[in-house]
Design a protein around this ligand. Sequence first.
Ligand code: PEP
Ligand code: MN
Length: 337
Amino acid sequence: MVIVMASRKQEDIDYVVGKIEELGYKAHLIVGTNRTVIAAVGDERGKFRLQSLESLPHVEKVLPILQPFKLAGREAHEEDTRVRVGPVTIGGGRFCVIAGPCSVESRQQIIETAHAVKQAGATILRGGAYKPRTSPYAFQGLEEEGLRLLKEACAETRMPFVTEVMTCGQVDLVAESADMLQIGARNMQNFSLLKKVGRTGKPVLLKRGMMSTINEFLMSAEYILSEGGRDVVLCERGIRTFETETRNTLDLSAVPLLKKLSHLPVFVDPSHATGHWDLVTPMAKASVVSGADGLLIEVHPRPEEAFSDGAQSLKPARFLQLMKEIEPLVHLAGKTL
Ligand code: PEP
Ligand code: MN
């Protein structure tokens, strides 16, 4: 249920929050420019008791939230959410590009890439320290050393970074150094991981599972938000279809659909969606036009030597070209780079 407040005074809000909690619900405050609402989330069976809050003097009305994703949906939260990652704002008319290698491989590789992507206009560095690989014999990531190198590269280039966290046991360590936590496609429905990450309060880049529906994707965001996380960015990265020429099939219709259903920013990762470097720029351009709030792009100084995902990684010069090509489209979409 959503409790629409008639008053914006903190003491009135606190009073209503107290009443909601007394009834056994979690209260999530949503402060908009026009109104303040409180989403009361919990056992659906008690909704009639929540309805009685309408009799309180500072409550305008109590309405049901029909969408199953109560906190991720637009019903109770009309305005677009802006997510802050260090000094960078995602959403709200800014177009943001996150770039970097698939995996952190060495000090030289990550620092070189960080400088190159920053110079080209990316504002957040990416790089995997813990890698979810299909084969147990493939490179698994530099782990703690990878986190240390990401930190060093970011200190040198004054950029925040996002990196994947794969298990609950890694969350505290990764959250200590990373500015944003990535939940990979393979972990999109690892509910205990989603809850643990939600409790850190860190911004989260949530990737769509390769076999997940839009509804399941938003329910995963809901897990993070229901634990108190506020800053979730959704990332479409392609889904499994019968097509084998591309690594995945980029579901671009997910972008306007997610923007319609949810207030959360939406990114596209054309690197994992296509699996081929020469398809990355065309799909990046299409993503901008479809209304995305940003892109996640894999960049490697020498893709032929990459430990993972070399075939889909752009060389720095090609990444710079991508940034030039998307610029007019970003403006066309009414956003700023
Ligand atoms: C990645 O971003 O490096 C990655 C592993 O992506 P995904 O989880 O989308 O496959
Ligand atoms: Mn990758």
